[in-house]
Ligand binder design. Structure first.
Ligand SMILES: Cc1cc2nc3c(=O)[nH]c(=O)nc-3n(C[C@H](O)[C@H](O)[C@H](O)COP(=O)(O)O)c2cc1C
Length: 196
């Protein structure tokens, strides 16, 4: 197999796109983030990587709370804007209709199909440019129109995705197979071969 070493390209394809809600001295702020992931099932724990100089970083340290808002494709322009300008220079608090849940300092965006409010569990400052904020989801908010059988339906949510190498926003493609199911036949045939 002719593999090429292409250096240290380290992006995952694609990345989710979120707007991180935070608040400092009572002013709501939203910053675009693609470096985020769920890291624990129960309780539900999320991790976001946020630049050390960002308004969001200082705000989350102050309140120890933040929100993760998932914008639909219709919010692509506002989402990009929130990643181009900093709350250190520009007031982004009036860009969206904002609502609150149970946590102080975690403003959420009404126009986003999904919004999670998170309480900070850990802050990991071990890396040169970004800090990791680990937060437990205390509540997730959506609307009936984004659900199918009580669960968020990604065809209705229509989340934005990002490719890092060429910096493009994408939308979801086709379903390929059912996860935790499509591999079962192979698992069984391997098991059968091992059992003899
Ligand atoms: C598509 C996109 C993804 C981004 N992902 C991240 C990210 O994961 N972490 C981060 O710290 N900054 C990320 N940024 C950059 C910040 O959103 C940007 O620096 C913003 O101005 C920070 O805002 P703040 O200072 O108000 O917190 C991203 C920007 C864009 C456009």
């Amino acid at each position: 197999m002719d593999k090429l070493n292409i250096g240290t390209e380290a992006d995952i394809y694609p990345m989710p796109v979120a707007l991180i809600g935070s608040s400092l001295r009572g002013r709501a702020n939203f910053a675009t983030a693609a470096w985020l992931s769920r890291i624990c099932v129960d309780p539900p724990i999320m991790m976001i990587a946020i630049g050390k100089k960002h308004f969001t970083n200082a705000a989350i340290r102050d309140t120890r709370t933040f929100s993760i808002n998932i914008p639909g494709g219709d919010l692509v322009t506002q989402t990009d804007y929130c990643g181009l300008v900093s709350g250190n220079d520009i007031d982004k608090s009036l860009l969206f209709e904002v609502f609150s849940g149970s946590l102080e300092g975690a403003p959420m965006i009404a126009q986003c199909p999904l919004a999670m409010e998170c309480r900070v569990l850990n802050i990991i400052s071990a890396y040169p440019s970004d800090d990791l904020f680990v937060g437990q989801v205390v509540a997730t908010y959506t609307e009936q129109r984004f659900l199918t059988r009580g669960k968020p339906d990604l065809r209705k949510v229509n989340p934005l995705l990002l490719t890092g190498a060429d910096n493009h926003y994408w939308m979801l493609g086709e379903q390929v197979a059912k996860a935790f199911k499509v591999g079962k036949a192979l698992k069984q045939s391997k098991q059968g071969a091992a059992d003899g």
